[in-house]
Write a protein that binds this ligand. Sequence first.
Ligand SMILES: NC(=O)c1ccc[n+]([C@@H]2O[C@H](COP(=O)([O-])OP(=O)(O)OC[C@H]3O[C@@H](n4cnc5c(N)ncnc54)[C@H](OP(=O)(O)O)[C@@H]3O)[C@@H](O)[C@H]2O)c1
Length: 243
Amino acid sequence: MIRQLSDLTDDEVIATYQVDDRSKPHLRSNFVSTVDGAVEIDGQSKSLSTKADQEVFGKLRMLSDVVLVGAGTVRAEGYKPLRLGAERRKWRQAHGLPENPTLAVVSARLDLDPVDPVLAEAPIRPIVLTHAAAAPDRREALSEVADVLDCGESEVDLAAVIATLAERGLPQILCEGGPHLLGALTAADLVDEMCFSLVPLLAGPGSGRITAGPDSTAARKLVLRSALLADDGTLLMRYLRAA
Ligand SMILES: NC(=O)c1ccc[n+]([C@@H]2O[C@H](COP(=O)([O-])OP(=O)(O)OC[C@H]3O[C@@H](n4cnc5c(N)ncnc54)[C@H](OP(=O)(O)O)[C@@H]3O)[C@@H](O)[C@H]2O)c1
């Protein structure tokens, strides 16, 4: 049943997105899309986000141990240091969590700038997930500001990414994209949950979908767990991997 977002208290919205067992590794992906399937307008997702989408986006960060993101999204969206607002930090402290989640960036080429505030000014030392054959000079430069971890020999093994994060005490993984990372996670069947905001917009031709990468025949079945409708027509859906 679709519930009206404005009928719910903050705690009820949070409960809608809580997992049963926080100790079990769980990869939740979160995306926003227009009705005609666009992942961005003018290169950025904020052009299509709505207040309700932003609200859930913030709550999902609050509930996570680690925010996992592809280097392309960090570059395109101009990610800022991952620091939550005071209320959400307080909520996390009250629930025995560090004030902020950790940021983890997936990159094969290590084309990330170590002086970028997203890394250099992060409240918790970020993690960069790469592979053993990544450029040594870039690895050295990034190691000044982040833990650079190898997951795979010549390419990033995403199952190893999840295992590595869980071993570091970060089992609740929120993947904020982008499309190439989601495509690879889907191909490897590693998506446990998909949160999806459908905003009442038509972007027209030109934009990509929320998933990208090499063709794959693998269709993954999901079940709808919840659906919230905001006053502006944004539909906020939570899907889980089908048993
Ligand atoms: N609507 C939404 O909710 C939403 C969410 C996120 C992003 N976006 C939009 O999506 C666009 C960016 O798309 P994108 O596909 O380029 O994003 P992306 O998946 O974040 O970035 C691709 C890059 O991330 C790294 N990467 C991703 N998957 C990898 C894998 N399996 N193995 C190794 N490296 C991997 C690589 O970085 P290196 O090149 O450094 O090796 C790759 O070039 C932007 O326009 C952004 O605004 C929209």
